[in-house]
Design a protein around this ligand. Sequence first.
Ligand code: F6R
Length: 610
Amino acid sequence: MCGIVGAVSERDVQGILLEGLRRLEYRGYDSAGMAVLDGKSAVQRAREVGKVESLAAAIEASPLSGHLGIAHTRWATHGEPSQLNAHPHMSGDRLAIVHNGIIENYQELREELKADGFEFTSQTDTEVVVHLIEKNYRELGKLYDAVKTAVTRLRGAYALAVVHADEPEHMVVCREGSPLVIGVGIGENFIASDQLALLPVTDRFMFLEEGDLADIRRDSIEIHDREGALVDRAVSRFEHSADAAEKGEYRHYMLKEIHEQPRVIKATMEGRVTDSRVLEQALGIEAGELLQDVRHVQIIACGTSYHAGMVARYWIEDLAGVPCSVEVASEFRYRKHVIQKDTLFLCISQSGETADTLAALRQAKKAGFRAALAICNVPGSSLVRESDLVIMTQAGPEIGVASTKAFTTQLTALLIFSLALARKNGLSAEREADIVKALHLVPGQVSDVLALEGEIAEMSERFVEKNHALFLGRGSQFPVAMEGALKLKEISYIHAEAYPAGELKHGPLALVDSEMPVITVAPNNSMAEKLKSNLEEVRARGGELFVFADRAANVKPEENIHVVQLPEVHEITAPIVYTVPLQLLSYHVAVLKGTDVDQPRNLAKSVTVE
Ligand code: F6R
């Protein structure tokens, strides 16, 4: 949700900033801008509507040059995508700022600053921040003090980077509710919303804590915490190789990420399971004792991560016999909830920075629970830092806005967790071994599904002219159907809904006709026979069925029934495997429709605002 990047160096920073923006574009891409200082003149600024490449073209035509700079790629919240609303925002011609987040009290501050004589040129909440800093700068004469004083007036979420032409040797940055990482170089330093932006220039990072304010110079980084105390923040090395963030031979990141799934699912299992059992210590030293106390699991997440939580509920209740509730974070945080003391509060988030998920966790902490467990893909993210136990998914950087490998690795981690919890609750060693063995087969089964890509791509041609689609599943395949529908709508813009197949006759069947493709995930499991009756209900109404089933499910291709035969899989691990053909289907429909697969309209990868 907006990406920011900054650099202070001896060399010219324009190229570093531009490459950083390209790598952050997944966070927002309706406009982009850059401000650079050369120590002599006023701030040089360029801003363009559209993707980073529009900015790159503008800068190529009239280059900016200097050793200190900040840049931004925007996902509009306040004000339409336009040049005037694009960042960096300035007060006068010497002070510039980039911001990720939302200032909730911006209206009030705007009125106050207007009364002080400041003129506003944009509709953004950010512009109040830059004028507020300028107002303080006039009184205090030092950029650091001006930012420090200004942020005490801000309510909401922000990561800010600020530069002033009169102090061209440093930038001042801070974070409250939005991510910000410092990239540590040699004789140069950087900041960004995400480590990926800085991988071409460094692999050493410091993560700012909430409320931190930092002074970044070429040869020094000074950080003060919320109370004003000088603090050290540990430097850690980036764990994934730089090319993990490249597209390689694939046409889109999404396709690359779909194909990475066998490897990353395996990586997520590594060190956490033996041949026949899960290693609960791998969930944390205290995990054993803690899981013993858990009597209820409350899962909180958004979007795709929420669907992973929905699958996990089936596992937790089936295998561990522990009651489990699942709720989307944006609802949970705004209602009165009852949390029992022996609840494990489980947050699932690819980015670990989703504002709603973090807010729900912080609120629930006040109410009290036994412990917080995070399932997350980004080391050092806010969610990881604020949780008691963490299971890191090993998906590596996920760049495509539509989540794919993050989801299947979340499921892998959730199944491992469910088994660890189940063992504390009487799961037999035989059943555990049976499921762990099935889990070891998943990477191979996912590879087998990927080999069906040609067949699925051919099938996708039948969707190009459609405006709607229904996805059906039963049991733990219902959330898989939900995830399939979400993928299709977000990247191909076809309206799609998912239903538990048994609900069909209670309403949605009225929608079924020859124009309504019905996609069904139908492994041969305890629900297979019931599901087949539901398919007959669709057929009888002239609906066209697309069924993903294994041989044992015995669904025969006929007129208006297209069947893709998947490998036979264990009922427990089937949701992981059955997700993959639906990802491929959405991908190929989107490619045929010519949409922007990696950066679908109106969306952003990391939703760090409400
Ligand atoms: C959909 C998608 C989103 C995210 C959601 C939560 O493909 O990616 O629905 O799953 O915004 O994001 P995280 O998992 O980062 O909390």
